[in-house]
Design a protein around this ligand. Structure first.
Ligand SMILES: Nc1ncnc2c1ncn2[C@@H]1O[C@H](COP(=O)(O)OP(=O)(O)OP(=O)(O)O)[C@@H](O)[C@H]1O
Length: 305
């Protein structure tokens, strides 16, 4: 079977391959009556070795459309998407369940995933029930707590709460706790940190990097933010107007961009002015650092809406 179990962690999973995928949408007011959100696009995601692949491009370039296609949520107009060599839109029930478990989404706004009338525990309990991750109530509790701690959330502080009682950063980390429980081969993360502040964002990215190293997960990380791509490292695909125009190792693409769009994207990143340096260093002792870092203290992050 593909992927791993909650006990063993993700193992080398089948590759996801997009071949000549094209997505057209009806669009009123255009000459042809449709717009092509994704032009014939091909790429492969693999867990051998596990990696982070960023898909970077401006708003409207087709990133989310590609994410939905990879997740099997959108059937492309033409082209194929295969998982382990099989068309994801023609999988048997058992194959589809395997795909569902091993290719997990993390979306930009986790609030949309949570039902406001249910406590946040439900997101975790549903995954445990659906994928048969625990054989008793006690084991389920243990698994939830272990996964929450793995994403540096204090179970006592989040379990039993309603979504609106948590910060955006905490809600996103609950989605990561769900990923931790399922140990999928792939995480498809669509702008998961764009609503988070810099500190919480870094902590989120560190957890993804940790999942890659510890459990062998490969992440397709969708973003418009180059600094995030740079921080994650790994590989990057640059997309503009529905076309991937450049791909390769992050350091190579960032330092020797070949395509004019990549150059433009890099040129649009604000550069710090070396003449305008901060003169005072802020030295925090450990206790102050813990107090200042919501990821360490586990305190609700009031700054994040
Ligand atoms: N269901 C749809 N019907 C019609 N047009 C759509 C649909 N979904 C996306 N589009 C169009 O396809 C293009 C690509 O959209 P997409 O959401 O994939 O871009 P994106 O790069 O993810 O943008 P953003 O970063 O703003 O989310 C846009 O022009 C968008 O308006």
């Amino acid at each position: 079977m593909a992927g791993g179990t909650a006990e063993s962690g993700a193992m080398t999973g089948p590759a996801i391959e997009l071949r000549d995928v094209e997505q057209r949408f009806h669009a009123r007011g255009t000459e042809t009556g449709f717009l092509t959100a994704v032009h014939k696009t091909s790429f492969t995601l693999s867990t051998d070795p596990p990696r982070i692949v960023s898909l970077v491009g401006q708003s409207g370039s087709g990133k989310s459309t590609l994410a939905r296609i990879v997740l099997g949520l959108q059937r492309p107009t033409s082209g194929t998407v295969t998982y382990g060599g099989k068309d994801i839109f023609r999988l048997s029930r058992a194959e589809y369940d395997d795909f569902r478990r091993n290719v997990q989404p993390v979306f930009q706004d986790p609030y949309a995933i949570f039902n406001p009338v249910y406590r946040v525990d439900r997101v975790l309990k549903t995954a445990i029930r659906k994928f048969g991750l625990a054989s008793s109530k006690a084991q389920a509790e243990e698994l939830m707590e272990e996964s929450l701690r793995a994403v540096r959330l204090d179970p006592g502080q989040v379990l039993g709460r309603y979504p609106h009682q948590l910060s955006g950063g905490q809600r996103q980390r609950i989605m990561l706790a769900r990923v931790h429980m399922l140990r999928p081969s792939y995480v498809i993360a669509d702008e998961p940190v764009s609503m988070l502040d810099a500190q919480v964002r870094k902590a989120f990215l560190d957890i993804l990097l940790d999942f890659q190293r510890s459990y062998g997960m490969t992440t397709l990380f969708i973003t418009h933010d180059l600094s995030t791509v740079y921080y994650l490292g790994g590989e990057v695909m640059v997309i503009t107007r529905g076309r991937i125009v450049e791909k390769g190792p992050v350091a190579e693409v960032m330092h020797q961009p070949k395509h004019p769009y990549t150059k433009l994207l890099l040129a649009s990143v604000p550069q710090p002015d070396p003449d305008q340096r901060w003169t005072d260093r802020i030295d925090l002792d450990q206790a102050e650092r813990e107090e200042a870092d919501p990821m360490v203290s586990g305190e609700p992050d009031a700054r994040v809406p």
